[in-house]
Design a protein around this ligand. Sequence first.
Ligand SMILES: Cc1ncc(COP(=O)(O)O)c(C=O)c1O
Length: 385
Amino acid sequence: MTRRVYLDHNASTPVHPEVIEAMLPYLGERYGNPSSIHAFGQEARDGLETARERIARFLRVGKDEIVFTSGGTESDNLAVKGVAAARGSGHIVTSRIEHHAVLRTCQTLERQGFAVTYLPVDEHGLVDPDDVRRAIRPDTILVTVMHANSEVGTIEPIEEIGRVVRERGIPFHVDGVQTFGKVPVDVEGSGIDLLSFSSHKIYGPKGVAGLYVRKGTKMAAIQHGGEHERRRRAGTENVPGIVGLGKAVEVRGREMTAEAARLTALRDRLTEGVRARVPEVRVNGHPARRLPGTANLGFRHVESESIVLGLDLKGVAVSAGSACTSGNVEPSHVLVAMGVPLDWAMGAVRCSLGRSTTAEDVDYVIECVEPIVRKLRAASPVAAV
Ligand SMILES: Cc1ncc(COP(=O)(O)O)c(C=O)c1O
């Protein structure tokens, strides 16, 4: 049987066995609606509130400041559209490398009359806090910058950005989907008013997530209905999913620090191993300020999807930095913003390591990559190697 190696943990992760175990009763006998006042409802409510407390403790925030949603995408939409709706008009500052959940939400608001500044990044993908300072206007209603980029793993200086934003008294939203439960997030020290986080990136189930909303932040609901989540997000809560998210956070609290060190070493073994065997490879992203398990490798003069497919045949799962949209292969918006030349950006492959990744897995991937890239380059009219 072909060996199977999953290096796509930034896309999604397997559910932790302890998380599955914690969820099972809420898929079985504890099926009540948490809004019901009878015992069945209260059992479900207890599960929901225990999860909320765990997450609040993990982030060192108030329990009433956590709103459950259906995913990181919804959390980002709620934060950005919710603040925009509460204000009615104004200017938003964001960066060019945000996840589409933020970028496309900002573009939608622009079409509705809001003004948006999309900040540039440097060659490592860093936003300059001075650029944030310069972009803020008297009518700025929100600054939204991600904590770590999902494609290249660069960790933004959100403490410094938060200081600039707080001085001006503007709400600060941080998309923390790729850092929550992976590296420490200092909500208070970074002056964060809204923080998006998601469950399926940290060994919890899919379709459940949350948004931290600092007490007093003006944010309108964008989904209307019942009185759920203190009227900030209507709809019966996904109780089994939320219980799973709470458990996943508890497990991360135990495992996060040791795993970050282990993954950093494995990630460096991977990049060094590939670089030693394959000519014309670059590492995209910041050399030091980077997510522990993320390595975005750019192979010059090869198409990333061909590498992904070649590795898939060897049982290895990674993701492509370029995407095929309506018949054309487009480089990633993140790499374009970082100024990565096109002949490198088209060959970008993201490897994201996780709990189950071993040194043997990494060595197997290094072994597989070299012949795949060599054959693709041999067939390429532009490759000189
Ligand atoms: C930075 C970032 N924000 C938001 C999302 C969306 O999260 P979800 O998949 O939970 O909707 C992702 C998912 O890849 C992400 O990486």
